[in-house]
Design a protein around this ligand. Structure first.
Ligand code: KG4
Ligand code: ZN
Length: 341
C-alpha cells in the first residue's frame, strides 16, 4: 500500500469553521464542522462581525480536532488547502491566515480554493469516478449557476440567477414564516407533509428567451404576498402547503433548466452541488427528469452538501497534483466568482 497524499482543508468563508483531512482527494479521514448557527439564529441571518470573531476563537481547536480524528499529526500532511473566496472578508481572512501560517511553519505547499468550485468537489467524495467534461448545477445560499466543467479549474458558466440565489430565497421565505435560520432544511421537512397544488406560484424565465438563466425574485415576492394575505385573515398559516408550493416552484425551474443544459451539451455526467443540493425534492425530481437522457446523475453525500472543509481538501488535492500553488501573498477575495478562479 503506497503513501496517500494527505491534504488538510480549511474553510471559513461564511458562518461555519471547518477543517478536514482527506487522502488522495477522496478518502475523508476527518470532517470537523463547528457551526455558529446558534449565535446568528436570533438575528435571522449572519452577522459578519460575530462570524469572524467566532472563527478566530475556534479555528485552532477545530484544526487540532481534525488531525486527532484522522489519527495524524502535522508531520504526516502533504499540503494545506484553504478557501480564499467568495464569502465574508473577515471570515475568509481567519482561514487564509491560519493556512498561510501552517504552510510557512511546516514548509508545506499552499493551495487556494474557490469556495464554489469546492462545492463541486463534494461529488468526488462519493466514490464515483468523475470524468470531464460534465455539467454541474451549483445551488447555494449565495449562488445558483449551471456550469460546463471541462477539467480541473476549467469552468464555463452556462446560466446563472439574474437576481436571488435559490438558497437565499429559501432563507427569506423561512424567515417570513418564522421558521428560523437557515431556512432550507425546515422548508424541505414541512413541504413533505404539504400539498403543492393548494397554491400556484410563478416560474420565471421558463421560455427559451430566458436561456439557461434563473430568476427567483418573482416567486419570492408572490410567496411573501400570499403569506401576508393569509396572516391578514387571522387564521393559522397553512405552513406545509405553502412550503410545498414554494419549493415546487423553485425546484421546477432548477430541474427544467438542468434538463435543457443536458439535452443541449449531452454530457456523460451531471453533478449537483451546494447547500440546496441537500433538498430531497430537488434530488428526487432531478433524477427522475434526467433518467431518460442517458446521463449519469451524481449527488454529494448529504453531509458534504452544506459548507465543509472535506470538499476544499478534495479540490486542493487536484490543484496540488497540477502544481497550481498559491504564494504567501494570497489574500481573501470576498467577491471571487466562478469564471476567474
Ligand atoms: O452551500 P451552503 O452551505 O453555503 C453557501 O455557500 O451559501 O448553502 C447554504 C444554503 C442555505 O441557504 C440553506 O437554506 C440551503 O443551503 N439549504 C437547503 C437545504 N439545506 C440547506 N435548501 C433547501 N433544502 C435543504 N434541505
Ligand atoms: Zn457554500
Amino acid at each position: 500500500m503506497g503513501h496517500k497524499t494527505l491534504i488538510l482543508g480549511i474553510e471559513t468563508s461564511c458562518d461555519d469553521t471547518a477543517a478536514s483531512v482527506v487522502g488522495n482527494g477522496r478518502d475523508v479521514l476527518s470532517n470537523v464542522v463547528s457551526s455558529q448557527e446558534s449565535f446568528h439564529q436570533r438575528f435571522g441571518g449572519i452577522v459578519p462581525e460575530i462570524a469572524s470573531r467566532r472563527h478566530l476563537e475556534v479555528i485552532n481547536p477545530v484544526i487540532d480536532e481534525a488531525l486527532a480524528k484522522a489519527g495524524v499529526t502535522f508531520a504526516d500532511l502533504d499540503g494545506i488547502a484553504v478557501t480564499y473566496g467568495p464569502g465574508l472578508v473577515g471570515s475568509l481572512l481567519v482561514g487564509v491566515s491560519a493556512a498561510k501560517a501552517l504552510s510557512f511553519s511546516l514548509d508545506l505547499p499552499l493551495v487556494a480554493v474557490n469556495h464554489l468550485e469546492g462545492h463541486i468537489y463534494a461529488n468526488f467524495l462519493t466514490g464515483a469516478t468523475i470524468a470531464f467534461p460534465l455539467i454541474c448545477l451549483i445551488v447555494s445560499g449565495g449562488h445558483t449557476s449551471l456550469l460546463h466543467v471541462k477539467g480541473h479549474g476549467q469552468l464555463e458558466v452556462l446560466g446563472r440567477t439574474r437576481d436571488d440565489a435559490a438558497g437565499e430565497v429559501f432563507d427569506k421565505i423561512a424567515r417570513a414564516l418564522g421558521l428560523g435560520f437557515p431556512g432550507g432544511p425546515v422548508i424541505d421537512q414541512l413541504a413533505q407533509q404539504g400539498e403543492g397544488e393548494k397554491f400556484s406560484f410563478p416560474r420565471a424565465l421558463m421560455g427559451t428567451e430566458g436561456k439557461l438563466d434563473f430568476s427567483f425574485s418573482g416567486v419570492k415576492t408572490a410567496v411573501l404576498n400570499r403569506i401576508r394575505r393569509e396572516k391578514e385573515q387571522g387564521k393559522p398559516l397553512p405552513l406545509n402547503d405553502l412550503c410545498a408550493a414554494f419549493q415546487d416552484a423553485v425546484v421546477d425551474a432548477l430541474v427544467e433548466k438542468s434538463a435543457r443544459a443536458v439535452e443541449y451539451l449531452q454530457p456523460r455526467q451531471f453533478l449537483l452541488a451546494g447547500g440546496v443540493a441537500a433538498n430531497g425534492e430537488l434530488r428526487k425530481r432531478l433524477r427522475f427528469r434526467l433518467a431518460p437522457l442517458e446521463v449519469e446523475v451524481i449527488y454529494p453525500p448529504l453531509e458534504y452538501c452544506t459548507d465543509n472543509a472535506a470538499m476544499i481538501a478534495a479540490a486542493g488535492y487536484y490543484y496540488l497534483r497540477q502544481g497550481s500553488l498559491a504564494s504567501y501573498d494570497l489574500n481573501a477575495e470576498p467577491g471571487l466568482d466562478l469564471e476567474n478562479p
